[in-house]
Design a protein around this ligand. Structure first.
Ligand code: ZN
Ligand code: ZN
Length: 286
């Protein structure tokens, strides 16, 4: 089958390498059916709204607000240029922050008619250790301010649950569902955290959004896709739709370990993956 990679970044966000076209060309070389370009939505415009964000180096997390236009324009042009070779999909990965939605939507509304889907993500915690991106290796010292890893998982799932319940936060797909394991900071009380995960999955089911199986965890210390096979099984029981994303931050990461990951999800029981176009959800057989 032809793979579809729904989660990629590019040099606009300042921590990925390669132009959008580099990703498109690599995806064509790999014979993909879809390349989803889903760069980080700006944080910049939030700094006036959420003062604590000044503590995080957001300039290196996402494109500046004044690049939004270029991003969409480039994608329009590339879609046309490569129309006979690949399906290019336009997306954003958007961070959820409490109390941001009105200002987020003010910026987002100009581009909504251009988007094929939106990834909803939590990378930043506003908790016990202040405001920090727990997936940024430069801030691993913050983990010491918690009593064990479970406190981080609880803060994370609490945020994710607020995101999923927040109807003014518009999204189609939940990203990297167990991201706090990135640096191999594992869950301590498995039952306790699994309860949180299941609560979260039930909200996902109720909101009727999909979850990505993100293979970037296989490139990190966790050495495992997000989420774990155990969580994917729970998702399968709940009939939550899924798709694959590499979270590529360089073109070579595109479709990273998709074959192994497809085997895993098929073994769990999945026989369909989600496909998005213009915010509509379709299914493809696997
Ligand atoms: Zn990134
Ligand atoms: Zn992410």
């Amino acid at each position: 089958m032809q793979y579809e990679d729904w989660h990629t970044h590019n040099s606009l966000c300042k921590h990925a390498v390669g132009t959008i076209e580099d990703y498109v060309k690599k995806a064509i070389e790999l014979d993909l059916n879809v390349i989803g370009i889903s760069d980080h939505f700006p944080y910049e415009y939030l700094s006036s709204e959420i003062p604590s964000l000044k503590d995080i180096p957001y300039e290196g997390y996402a494109m500046p607000t004044n690049n939004l236009e270029t991003y969409i324009l480039q994608l329009d042009n590339l879609k046309e240029k490569y129309v006979n070779q690949i399906h290019i999909r336009t997306a954003f990965e958007i961070d959820f922050f409490k109390h941001q939605n009105h200002i987020l939507n003010k910026y987002l509304k100009n581009y909504l008619n251009k988007l094929d889907y939106i990834l909803g993500s939590v990378h930043v915690l506003f908790g016990k250790a202040g405001v920090f991106a727990f997936d940024d290796g430069r801030f691993l010292n913050k983990y010491k301010e918690y009593d064990g890893n479970d406190e981080i998982y609880i803060e994370y799932y609490d945020s994710l649950q607020v995101m999923i319940k927040s109807l003014s936060f518009d999204f189609d797909l939940v990203s990297h569902l167990d991201l706090p394991k990135k640096f191999d900071k594992r869950v301590e009380n498995k039952n306790l955290i699994m309860e949180k995960v299941i609560e979260t999955l039930e909200l996902i089911k109720k909101r009727d959004v999909a979850v990505e199986i993100n293979t970037s965890g296989l490139r990190k210390e966790a050495k495992e896709q997000y989420p774990s096979a155990e969580i994917i099984k729970e998702m399968y029981y709940l009939d939550i739709p899924i798709l694959l994303g590499s979270d590529a931050h360089k073109p070579e990461d595109i479709a990273y370990k998709f074959k192994e990951t497809l085997d895993l999800i098929k073994n769990i029981g999945y026989n369909q993956l989600v496909h998005f176009e213009k915010r509509k959800r379709y299914f493809i057989e696997i």
